[in-house]
Design a protein around this ligand. Structure first.
Ligand SMILES: [Zn+2]
Length: 433
């Protein structure tokens, strides 16, 4: 082979060689680039593990806490101004100033249950109270703000900025009336009022079935943020049980006297309640049965409602307490005389209601005691008896005369009021549909 031929061959391959060189260059550069990237990640990870950096990050986040904190305290049993202020992270000097300020106000002498006290605290430097508010009743509160010289609090009584709105809720009862109502966002005290109103004619354990329904119109009080802070009266309610409507209309039948009437102007209030307890299960009815403890057949002279210990028990009607003490097998028991015909007995109570003593007058629906298992009892329940002319009768079959029926002028006023409520109802319904 001569030189000429070799050159020619190389010339033929020259493009191929260039191509190989290019490929080699690009693969080595990406290789080194990757190594570099890996080491960068490693460096970053190492830095993160660095304790000083950790502290630094922590510091940055902790600095982001708000300067002012607002806290609300709802007064519980046994609270004092001292115990309330001691829960706040402020200096002793601040605590003393708060107590001194409060002590000067006569209206604030007694703390009331569920009373709201709110504080605004400045956390810069030595934490101090900038302002605080104390509720005095449903509508008013006293507002205290720090004076210019920081040494005292100036106070003013202000009306709470509450808007009264009308709420309308309706639903088909799927699980229980209580659960269905809670799911709709109805406040617990409205549910209790609702149950109390229907307590005269409905046995919630046995008369309410799945797919029954209810409608309710009631007052709500909202603050500037639109959150419900309080509830007012029920204006209208309907409980539809197996396609029967039980309508209730709120009506002021005399100046300052409010009651609930059906569409015919008949008060729903009866002399006695069928079930003087909410949320209970009827566990043993009136009649012959084998006594769970004594073991022999004995007539059960009352109705048992199983309920958790501590469930409030209501006076089934207006009357006078004739017995409120230990009575052997019945444990702690109460007897109320309602009139010359009716008396009621409540047994196995865990404790008596406040001031429930012999000779005291009670109102229908007033809490007289709490469910327990005292005396001869197998578990927490209320044993409820109705005595008619000295004879124990079945409370669940009790046919009691209904309350007042509106007549004459008040009946006419009721009819006008009823139409107004019906119009309101259809307006509220059209709003949600
Ligand atoms: Zn019993």
């Amino acid at each position: 082979m001569n030189k000429h031929i070799i050159y020619k061959k190389i010339n033929d391959f020259i493009y191929f060689i260039w191509l190989i060189i290019l490929i080699l260059i690009s693969t080595t550069t990406t290789y080194f680039y990757n190594i570099n990237k890996k080491s960068q990640i490693e460096f970053f990870n190492k830095s993160l593990k660095n304790i000083y950096l950790h502290k630094f990050i922590k510091n940055i986040t902790s600095e982001l806490k708000p300067r002012y904190i607002n806290t609300i305290h709802v007064v519980k049993q046994g609270d004092t101004y001292e115990s309330i202020i001691n829960n706040l992270k402020v200096s002793e000097k601040e605590k003393k100033l708060f107590l001194k300020t409060v002590a000067k106000k006569k209206k604030l002498k007694v703390l009331k249950l569920n009373q709201k006290i709110s504080f605004k605290i400045d956390r810069r430097g030595n934490e101090k109270i900038l302002e605080f508010k104390i509720e005095i009743d449903n509508k008013n509160e006293i507002f205290f703000s720090r004076s210019q010289n920081n040494k005292i609090f100036n106070s003013t009584t202000i009306e709470k900025n509450l808007d009264k709105t009308i709420a309308y809720k309706e639903t088909v009862i799927t699980s229980s009336l209580y659960n269905s109502a809670i799911e709709l966002g109805i406040k617990a005290n409205i549910i209790i009022d609702f149950a109390r109103l229907y307590g005269f004619q409905v046995d919630f354990q046995r008369d309410v079935w799945k797919n029954d329904s209810f409608q309710i119109i009631y007052e709500e009080f909202k603050n500037e943020k639109g959150t419900t802070v309080d509830t007012g009266d029920i204006i209208y309610a309907n409980l539809n049980l197996q396609n029967n409507d039980l309508n209730l209309y709120k009506f002021e039948y005399e100046k300052g006297k409010i009651d609930y009437f059906d569409e015919n102007g008949k008060s729903v209030r009866k002399t006695l309640m069928k079930t003087p307890i909410n949320g209970a299960r009827l566990s043993s009815s009136f009649g012959k049965r084998k006594h769970p403890i004594l073991g022999f057949n004995k007539i059960h002279t009352g109705t048992d409602f199983a309920a958790p210990k501590g469930t409030p028990i209501m006076a089934s009607g207006d009357g006078v307490i004739v017995k409120s003490r230990w009575c052997g097998g019945g444990g702690n028991c109460i007897k109320i005389k309602h009139n010359s015909v009716y008396q009621t007995v409540y047994a196995h109570l865990s404790k008596f209601g406040r001031n429930i003593k012999k000779g005291v007058r009670v109102k229908q629906g007033q809490i007289i005691g709490y469910v327990g298992s005292t005396g001869l009892s197998t578990g927490p329940h209320l044993h409820y008896e109705v005595i008619e002319n000295g004879r124990k009768i079945n409370s669940q079959k009790l046919k009691l005369p209904s309350g007042k029926i509106l007549k004459g002028k008040s009946r006419k006023l009721f009819e006008v009021n009823k139409i107004k409520i019906d119009v309101l109802k259809s307006e509220l319904i059209s709003k949600i549909n």
